[in-house]
Design a protein around this ligand. Structure first.
Ligand SMILES: [Zn+2]
Ligand SMILES: [Zn+2]
Length: 387
């Protein structure tokens, strides 16, 4: 099958929606313009139900099939942008200084709108398709907010599917894997307290810069020496703040970073060893260090059966040889993970071609892939809900 004909016809229109969203990026939960446009479109397509304000600014559309009752399958897109100054030079580039769609959520939203329109027009399935548009994927846990707001129960969702564009994966390809696909991402904050003093009299001080440096070094022994070498883990300290001038030993220092893992066991190990290493190292130098380990996004874990099903649907769109159903996991994180903890489902990558990477100022969603992603969504519903 390749692309659904009607969807090929809609390519220009969906592209226009995508570029309009692109030109008006909004952050986190403040996706008011985008959410309003999504809700208006869903109503104009004739969705049976359009609900707004779920998980603060999330939008849900309900489309009942024309072939009678059946199961309920949900498809999810994200709507938020990033605090990045755009450097694409595209004619439709961001009109908002310091904000841009650098993760392709504009494309995700537009493709799911296209699918909703097609499904509402044709209704060639038995059961119910639920389209979910979530806010705050980029660090705000909007997916969790929608789940906590009763998303799954209210719309009787039985399975849930997500999709993300993937720079570097050629256009016309899909990729996923059963089990862990993306990492758990946890936030590390370390507050070090020493004793400030004159830079020339270090023996009367407890130097928090030295303690911070030692902690950063010791922390890397956790991944190198405590985690099974056949398991994946990352600890990156990305912020080191201390001092304000060259002749004062600072009283305090602050470290911040991220810990990533693909299994609950490794996640537990990282948290436990970070406490021991951080607190123990500080003590060794006569300082104190308080570690706050905040469990943020969970592991994005595809369910076996749904991942196999998603791969078979993608194969219908692009051919079996262009679907990698055993891609290596990535250490990035996704808050679709909260939805996969609530219901069985699968997350799939769609190739964005040779574009700049996600979160880069020159990144742009590739409009060529719109018919592929949209066809995947409608095929998924029509196949899962054959009746
Ligand atoms: Zn992102
Ligand atoms: Zn993203």
């Amino acid at each position: 099958m390749p692309i659904v004909n009607r969807i090929a016809d809609m390519h220009g229109e969906i592209t226009a929606w995508r570029r309009d969203i692109h030109a008006h990026p909004e952050l986190l939960y403040d996706v008011h313009r985008t959410a309003a446009a999504v809700a208006d479109k869903l109503k104009s397509f004739g969705c049976d139900e359009v609900a707004t304000g779920i998980g603060r600014t999330g939008v849900v559309g309900v489309i009942r099939g024309g072939k009678g009752s059946g199961r309920t399958i949900a498809l999810r897109a994200d709507m938020d942008a990033l605090p990045i100054e755009e450097a694409t030079g595209a004619p439709y580039q961001s009109t908002v200084p310091g904000k841009m769609h650098a993760c392709g959520h504009d494309g995700h939203t537009a493709m799911l709108l296209g699918a909703a329109r097609y499904l509402a027009e044709t209704r060639n399935f038995a059961g119910t398709a639920v389209v979910i548009f979530q806010p705050a994927e980029e660090g705000g846990a909007g997916g969790q907010a929608m789940v906590q707001d009763g998303l799954m129960e209210r719309f009787r969702v039985e399975e849930v599917y997500g999709m993300h564009n993937y720079p570097g994966l050629p256009v016309g390809q899909f990729a996923l894997r059963p089990g862990p696909l993306m990492a758990a991402a946890d936030r590390i904050t370390i507050e070090i307290e020493g004793r400030g003093g004159h830079a020339a009299r270090p023996h009367f001080a407890v130097d928090t810069v030295l303690v911070g440096a030692q902690i950063i070094n010791q922390i890397q022994s956790i991944v190198a020496r405590n985690v099974d070498p056949l398991q994946a883990a990352v600890i990156s300290i990305c912020v080191f703040q201390a001092g304000s001038t060259d002749n004062v030993i600072p009283q305090t220092a602050l470290l911040r970073g991220t810990a990533r893992s693909l299994t609950p066991q490794v996640r537990d190990l990282l948290e436990k060893r970070l406490h021991e290493v951080v607190e123990g190292t500080a003590r060794l130098y006569g300082a104190t260090a308080k570690l706050t380990y905040k469990r943020d996004y969970p592991i994005t874990r595809n369910h076996e059966r749904q991942a196999a099903f998603a791969a078979s649907v993608a194969a219908e769109v692009v051919g079996r040889e262009r679907v990698d159903d055993q891609i290596a996991p990535v250490m990035g994180a996704e808050d679709f993970s909260f939805m996969l903890e609530a219901r069985p489902g699968a997350f799939i990558f769609v190739g964005n071609g040779d574009s700049a990477g996600l979160h880069h100022p020159a990144y742009d969603f590739n409009d060529e892939i719109i018919p592929l992603g949209t066809s995947y969504w409608v095929k998924l519903v029509e196949t899962a809900l054959q009746g």
